[in-house]
Design a binder for this molecule. Structure first.
Ligand code: MG
Ligand code: MG
Length: 249
């Protein structure tokens, strides 16, 4: 397995790409309301990313038709933007990637549409916290398994289903690079984290079963029991004394 080590110049470019992803999320936030279609959100995101001298990483990636992924309620990830309108009480996950000067940023976030149930509130709160539990493990000398284990333990302690078929990943001149970053596993195993590695950590947690399947559109992943799923993702760099979040402010 080849895990690339990025130079400080490359980390700066990855940080710029990541910041554009962050800004795109901030730009979209006020539009996430009842009545807007996921296609409209996709168009807003694409135009914004282009205005930042970047391109949407996911457009055409493996043939994906949208610029961003829009997944609602029981849809876990890879929802295709379309004519579906957001409704009050929905949880919508926006997964956004931007490529700047050949380097990518990748961050997914879950949003409430209007007033959501207390169950969705709980799911969102603890999926976001699970992400930060994973991020806390990022430092030279730790292993990928330390991240995976921290996320799984947190999710289990909060009775949430951990999606296992989809995982985090390295990020660089490709959106998806080595290594895989699973959201479950043993601590102390897996690839060693070294200064200059860049990875996306992205727990996908479900209110019910961990089991998922793919819809007939060959993209959208949904939960087996139709209960809602949440997704939070940051791209982070391993630095000397720990980590920096690249898809933040
Ligand atoms: Mg993503
Ligand atoms: Mg990702």
């Amino acid at each position: 397995m080849l895990i690339s080590i990025k130079s400080s110049r490359e980390i700066e470019l990855l940080k710029k790409a990541g910041h554009i992803v962050y800004l795109t999320h901030q730009y979209l936030k006020p539009y996430i309301k009842e009545g807007i279609t996921t296609k409209e959100l996709d168009k807003l995101a694409e135009d914004f990313i282009i205005s930042q001298n970047a391109t949407p990483s996911f457009k055409g990636l493996y043939g994906f038709p949208g610029s961003i992924c829009t997944s609602i309620n029981e849809e876990v990830v890879h929802g295709i933007p379309g004519n579906r309108k957001l409704k009050n009480g929905d949880i919508v996950k926006l997964d956004i990637g931007a490529c700047y000067k050949g380097y990518h940023g990748d961050s997914a976030w879950s949003y409430k549409v209007g007033n959501v149930s207390k169950e969705i509130d709980y799911l969102m709160e603890h999926t976001e916290k699970a992400l930060y539990e994973g991020i806390k493990q990022v430092k030279p000398g730790n292993r990928i398994g330390d991240i995976s284990h921290a996320i799984e333990e947190y999710a289990k302690a909060h009775n949430l289903g951990v999606v296992k078929e989809l995982v985090g990943h390295g990020v660089g001149t490709k959106v998806h690079e080595e290594p895989d970053v699973p959201n479950y596993g043993k601590s102390g195993v897996g690839p060693l984290l070294k200064e200059g590695m860049v990875i996306a950590i992205e727990p996908m947690l479900n209110l019910g079963t961990a089991d998922i399947y793919m819809l007939d559109d060959d993209w959208t992943i949904v939960t087996d029991d139709d209960l809602p799923s949440a997704h939070f993702e940051h791209t982070v760099a391993v630095v000397k004394d720990g980590y920096i979040i690249l898809t933040g402010e």
